[in-house]
Every structure is written in C-alpha cells, then in structure tokens.
Ligand binder design. Structure first.
Ligand code: GTP
Ligand code: MG
Length: 150
C-alpha cells in the first residue's frame, strides 16, 4: 500500500472547506492515518516548497502558507498518491476539471485550496517533514472488506 501527504492550505481553512475536503477522501475509500491543524513555521514552509526556491512566486507562496492554520493530513491506500492528485485537479484552478477539488472550489493559482504530494519520494519526504511517526495511526476500518477485495 501507499501513503501521501495532503494539506488544506489557509484559504481552504478560512473558507470553511475542511469538512468538504475530508469528506471527499473519506467517501473515495482512502484511509486517514494522520490529521492535525497548525500554523506552519517559515522553516517548515521553506522546506516543504524547497523545490520552488528560485521561482518568482516563492516568497509569496511561503508568506501565504504561513499566514494561518493549515490542516495537514496523511492518507493511505493503493495508488493514493496519483489518485489524490486526480481528485485535487490541475494546479491552475481554471484548468482543473469540474468534479475535482480545485475545479469545483477554486479560481486562482495562488489560492488553490489544497496541496498533494506528487510522487512516492516527495510523499515520504513531506510525511517525515510534517509528522512525527507517533502521530500516525495504524488501523483497519471496520468496513475495509467492503472497499478492497481481500
Ligand atoms: P501543490 O500540491 O501545492 O504542490 O501544487 P501543485 O503540485 O499542483 O503545483 P506546484 O508544485 O507546481 O506549485 C506549488 C504551488 O505553488 C501551487 O499549488 C501554487 O499554489 C503555487 N504556484 C505554482 N505556480 C505558481 C505561479 O505561477 N504563481 C503563483 N502565484 N503561485 C504558483
Ligand atoms: Mg507540487
């Protein structure tokens, strides 16, 4: 199986979209193994978005992501990294398909509501950056056999 790191950005929290977004991943059938709300430090934000350090939007991105509470999550399931990216939709919300989170709920690239890891290596890095191992739960949903063929 596989894990991914997702984060509802400050715009999603401020707009009251936390329940809506959690519900989409729950209903899909992925398993929530970590969840917390925090205002990220500058150090955390700069590490998280380190690949974008040289980009013109970097300073604004870090200022935004540290501007208020973020809901950080780890979700588990076969293929969850790529599937979550599909459920999230394209980076530019106006190009995101209807039915996706960004397609349904956002209009602007700088306020695109949610982050999702883009590959297994970045998922491992981001989970370790945002969560202590003790903050992640190993558990089996009671209805697991009704979602995944044993
Ligand atoms: P994340 O899941 O947040 O990493 O988004 P992504 O993987 O779809 O996009 P990418 O990693 O390329 O960019 C990271 C974030 O930087 C995006 O989600 C945007 O919020 C922001 N970003 C990317 N490109 C631009 C841009 O051209 N202008 C602005 N203002 N923000 C950008
Ligand atoms: Mg990205």
């Amino acid at each position: 199986t596989e894990r991914t790191f997702l984060a509802i950005k400050p715009d999603g929290v401020q707009r009251g979209l936390v329940g809506e977004i959690l519900g989409r991943f729950e209903r899909k059938g992925f398993k929530l193994v970590g969840l917390k709300q925090l205002v990220p430090s500058r150090e955390l934000a700069e590490s998280h978005y380190g690949v974008h350090r040289e980009r013109p939007f970097f300073a604004g991105l870090v200022a935004f992501i540290t501007s208020g509470p973020v809901v950080a999550m780890v979700w588990e399931g076969d293929g969850v990294i790529a599937s979550a990216r599909k459920l999230i939709g394209a980076t530019k919300p106006l190009e995101a398909e209807p039915g996706t989170i960004r397609g349904d709920l956002a209009v602007n690239i700088g306020r695109n509501v949610i982050h999702g890891s883009d590959a297994p290596e970045t998922a491992d890095f981001e989970i370790g950056l945002w969560f202590q191992p003790s903050e992640l739960c190993e558990w089996t949903p009671a209805d697991q056999v009704w979602r995944v063929e044993p």
